[in-house]
Design a protein around this ligand. Structure first.
Ligand code: BG6
Length: 483
């Protein structure tokens, strides 16, 4: 069975920052794959816009290179690439001046969806949004898409929201958190709200704790200067891990409408207790033999920026009081492995005797790699020998269970098509982003004011020692990274 493709309406997609890294690695390949699979036709337009002077031909050549470098292209795809390149046009535009805007306007068609993707520095969001409106290029039906970082604290996020809302309604603004486009993240909602098995158990009576891990094996070499201004808290926790926490902890929305879902996520963020410094650990990877450390990659021997964070978070509401959520993320860890692990409580009474210790069930939702779900259960050890218990996994790897789904789609493919469809469910609303900063800001300022530096950890390890203690102290243990 071929994957089901629902074509989208005809569109003109204007990509600001079209020659930048994200555009080449993710946005343009994602557009190509959706075109190749037949989700839109040859009448649609993808118009690159940026400061650099390029001809249409030069831009097409540049995109052709990007597709071959990053697009995971099959040899048989050359004819499709040639057709896709025909859709492309280019307009040199001065984001802060008048140059190029009327030429850009001349390339757009009437009566089609207009989407403007700002893959540029956030300092340009306001300028571009303003010019799109004053030149009449964008109207009340157009969509504007912005990438993270959406601010570096509450005040800057509020300023960005104000700059965008001066020209566009909230219903036109698509703030990307690419974690929401990941297949398994959406599956978390399906698992919770389309199966009656889990939801009655999904509370502090039955769940002991939850662990959310986003571990990366690579470091920040090559982007150290940028990363050092942000750190794991701003780069990963305030957005990606926060979204995973929200989807795990939120109440069932009454419908799958964008605002119904986002209202519930917002309530989770607003229920978070402030995190005290004893409940948070930050680390920095040290050099391994003959190699570089975080400080080398950051280019600052005194940097106090964290490449690792682990914390204990409490959601103060009826459903979750007494069930901590432990979050951890870091660079240069032992594996690239992201998961949400839900640890259920043990049965209240063990009828099988002391020799048969029973562990609680564990539901592990794997985001990457090997996207899938595992439920750890306790069963009888097969064969003779009396009633002995052992544990076994009910395991579902999506690629094996649903092979007809074909090539896994990148998060950006789903998100870009949702922009064209006008569906904001998987995008962050302005108040959600501000609430997340309201929670994160006091943690970051406490670090700024503290004298303690991040704890060093070995590259290829599970992070600093104190992160292990954070759970040991509560009589718990992290799941091994990449287990
Ligand atoms: C980005 C961060 O948002 O997400 C990067 O800026 C990080 O530092 C990346 O590496 C991780 O994304 P993924 O999809 O590879 O897990």
């Amino acid at each position: 069975m071929a994957p089901r493709v629902i074509p989208v309406d005809s569109f003109d997609f204007v990509l600001f920052g079209a020659t930048g890294d994200l555009a080449r690695r993710k946005i343009l390949p994602s557009l190509f794959h959706r075109f190749q699979i037949g989700q839109f036709d040859e009448n649609c337009r993808v118009i690159g816009a940026s400061r650099s002077q390029h001809t249409q031909e030069e831009f097409r050549a540049l995109v052709n290179d990007a597709l071959h470098e990053f697009g995971d292209i099959e040899p048989a795809a050359e004819a499709d690439i040639a057709k896709f390149l025909e859709l492309l046009d280019y307009a040199p535009v001065d984001a802060r001046g008048d140059g190029g805007w009327s030429e850009l306007a001349g390339k757009l068609r009437d009566n089609v969806v207009r989407a403007f993707y700002l893959s540029v520095a956030p300092s340009l969001f306001g300028d571009i949004a303003g010019r799109l409106k004053t030149t009449g290029i964008a109207d009340d039906n157009s969509r504007i898409v912005v990438e993270k970082p959406f601010g570096h604290d509450l005040a800057s996020a509020q300023a960005l929201n104000a700059a965008l809302r001066a020209h566009f309604k909230e219903g036109q603004i698509y703030r990307i958190d690419h974690y929401l486009g990941k297949e398994t993240v959406q599956n978390l909602m399906a698992l919770r709200f389309a199966n009656s098995l889990f939801e009655p158990q999904w509370n502090s009576h039955n769940i002991d704790h939850v662990q959310i891990t986003v571990a990366e094996s690579i470091g920040v070499a090559g982007r150290g200067e940028y990363y050092d201004k942000s750190g794991a808290m701003r780069d990963m926790v305030q957005n990606h891990l926060m979204q995973l926490l929200c989807l795990t902890a939120m109440e069932p929305p009454s419908t799958f409408e964008p605002n119904a879902v986002r209202n519930e996520k917002l309530k989770v963020i607003e229920s978070l207790e402030p995190v005290s410094m004893e409940n948070i650990v930050r680390g920095q990877y040290r050099a391994k033999a003959g190699g570089d450390s975080y400080l080398d990659h950051a280019g600052d021997p005194h940097s106090r920026t964290e490449s690792f964070v682990a914390m204990k978070v409490e959601v103060a509401n009826w459903r979750w009081a007494g069930t901590p959520f432990y979050l951890r993320t870091g660079k240069c860890l032992r594996a690239r492995a992201s998961e949400i692990a839900v640890f259920f409580r043990k049965p209240p009474h063990n009828i099988f005797g002391e020799d048969n210790a029973i562990e609680g069930n564990k539901l592990v939702i794997r985001l990457q790699p090997d996207e899938g779900i595992t439920l750890k259960t306790t069963i009888k050890d097969p064969g003779p020998g009396g009633m002995r218990l052992t544990s076994a996994n009910l395991d579902m790897t999506f690629a094996d269970s649903l092979p007809e789904a074909g090539r896994p789609q990148d998060a950006y493919e789903r998100l870009i098509m949702d922009v064209i469809r006008g569906n904001q469910t998987l995008f962050m609303r302005g108040d959600e982003v501000e609430a997340a900063w309201t929670w994160a800001d006091p943690i970051i300022s406490a670090w700024d004011n503290a004298t303690r530096t991040p704890q060093p950890y070995d590259q290829g390890s599970s992070g600093p020692e104190d992160a292990l203690l954070l759970l040991h102290r509560d009589g718990r243990r992290w799941r091994p990274i990449g287990a």
